[in-house]
Ligand binder design. Structure first.
Ligand code: FES
Length: 98
């Protein structure tokens, strides 16, 4: 069973998922789907509320950017990466591996 259905994955519109005690931010960019930790490492804001530009997501609170592919913090004020998760594609959506 998928965690998120295909029709919920709108281009560059992050989706927040709670799974096994982890908050995950899932983003579709063209044909790729990325899953990273949803909690900004600067001060606990939800990254799923941020804006996506190409393969980066910007935290809405203070503007730190994270690489959706690697989880790396790209800009201050964040300096620590968020975790990344594997995405398994199913016929009806995706499953995130915690
Ligand atoms: S909480 Fe995300 S940049 Fe400050």
């Amino acid at each position: 069973m998928s965690d998120i259905l295909n029709d919920q994955l709108i281009e560059s519109k992050p989706v927040r998922l709670e799974k096994d005690g982890h908050a995950v931010c899932v983003v579709r960019v063209r044909d790729e789907i990325f899953a990273i930790g949803d909690t900004c490492t600067h001060s606990d804001a939800s990254l799923a509320e941020g804006d996506v530009t190409k393969t980066a997501i910007e935290c809405w609170l203070h503007g730190a950017e994270f690489d959706l592919r690697t989880g790396q913090a790209l800009t201050l004020p964040a300096t620590t990466a968020v975790p990344t998760y594997s995405v398994i594609r199913n016929a009806d959506g995706v499953t995130i591996e915690i």
